[in-house]
Design a protein around this ligand. Structure first.
Ligand code: TXA
Ligand code: MG
Length: 320
């Protein structure tokens, strides 16, 4: 048996005994427990220090499992899953009663997704149960894209399945589907354009109805590094000492302590893939006291990238 599969077996044993395991997905690392076991799920909330009003996504490994946890699997849902699963699309649907209230924070709906990562899929299969899993970070802090990021924030987690750096780098897109209307709840790796290509006419954008949607993806401050982060137009800044700068295309003209380039030419899939890891590297560097980051245009995947960047910087914006 390969090391990979023996680790998956070990992780599944822990989960079957009611424990919590961090595992890679194609977006970010998740902190998983048996979605049908409320006591195991409570451990996720405790480890993450996550408020109980914040529902978890349920991860499945085959389309058939969706009907175990959710109702109203309409032709529209089928269209979406045929096109985007396995992949970074979470679909919010009416929940089945088998899903404990703690998973959905008492909501009548449940978010479901099938991750496009072989370790995650094998783990769910081996566990024989869907896994409830939020991102494997402390609530409000940077999302983890490497096993080391999980261990830094959650040293008490029972086991971290190491699948290397995740390929997508930011979280899934979340949509709710009611009748034939699909509503965007959180921008993510799958863009509005990707969805509209499959379903013209049937799409609306829930921009500011947070009172209806309990999704901390909609909180203004989230995903934050422990050091000040400022969004900046690089040309206008005199950088203080010990500044780190995150740019999205090659730059050699900046006189700062550290520069991280997420992409040589602002390719948005590369920017997304490297965004949180760049912020982690700056956070971990003792020589860096504050971080500056460039914007990207808010189009296509740029919408989800700037959603994360603005929320990461929000708590520091007033002091700029
Ligand atoms: O890519 C991802 O989605 C990652 C990986 C691990 O799958 N997970 C993730 O989970 O980002 P988390 O917990 O960090 O964010 C999940 C978001 C939360 O903002 C939560 O409020 C929303 O999903 N959510 C979950 N169930 C919901 C529901 N029934 N209605 C509305 N929003 C929901
Ligand atoms: Mg999260």
């Amino acid at each position: 048996m390969s090391k990979g599969s023996s680790d998956i077996l070990k992780a599944s044993e822990i989960i079957k005994r009611g424990g919590v395991v961090a595992f890679p997905t194609e977006t970010v690392y998740g902190l998983g427990a048996n979605a049908l076991d409320p006591i195991a799920v409570a451990k996720i909330f405790a480890l993450k220090e996550r408020p109980s009003f914040d529902p978890l996504i349920v991860h499945i490994c085959s389309f058939d499992q969706i009907s175990l946890v959710a109702d109203e699997i309409s032709p529209l849902v089928k269209e979406l899953t045929d096109k985007f699963w396995p992949g970074p699309l979470t679909i919010v649907l009416p929940k089945k009663s088998i899903v404990p209230d703690i998973v959905t924070s008492g909501l009548p709906t449940v978010g479901v997704r099938m991750p496009d990562n072989s370790i995650a899929l094998e783990l769910i299969k081996e566990c024989g149960t869907p896994l409830a899993a939020p991102s494997a970070n402390k609530f409000g802090n940077l999302s983890p894209v490497k096993a080391s990021h999980v261990k830094k924030q959650l040293p008490d987690v029972d086991f971290v399945l190491d699948g290397g750096k995740t390929k997508g780098g930011i979280e899934s897109t979340i949509v709710s589907v009611k009748g034939n209307i699909c509503t965007l709840l959180r921008p993510g790796l799958i863009t509005l354009e990707d969805i509209e290509r499959v379903m013209p006419q049937k799409f609306i954008f829930a921009n500011d109805k947070p009172e209806e949607i309990i999704a901390p993806g909609l909180l203004k401050s989230h995903y934050s590094p422990t050091k000040p982060l400022y969004i900046t137009d690089l040309s206008k800044i005199v950088f203080p000492e010990n500044s780190g700068v995150i740019v999205h295309s090659k730059r050699e003209d900046l006189n700062v302590k550290k520069i991280i380039c997420t992409s040589a030419d602002c390719t948005l899939t590369e920017v997304a893939a490297n965004l949180f890891s760049a912020m982690h590297t700056m956070e971990e560097d003792d020589d860096i006291s504050q971080i500056y980051i460039e914007s990207v245009a808010e189009k296509g995947l740029g919408i989800a990238i700037m959603d994360r960047v603005k929320k990461a910087a929000y708590r520091y914006t007033k002091s700029l």
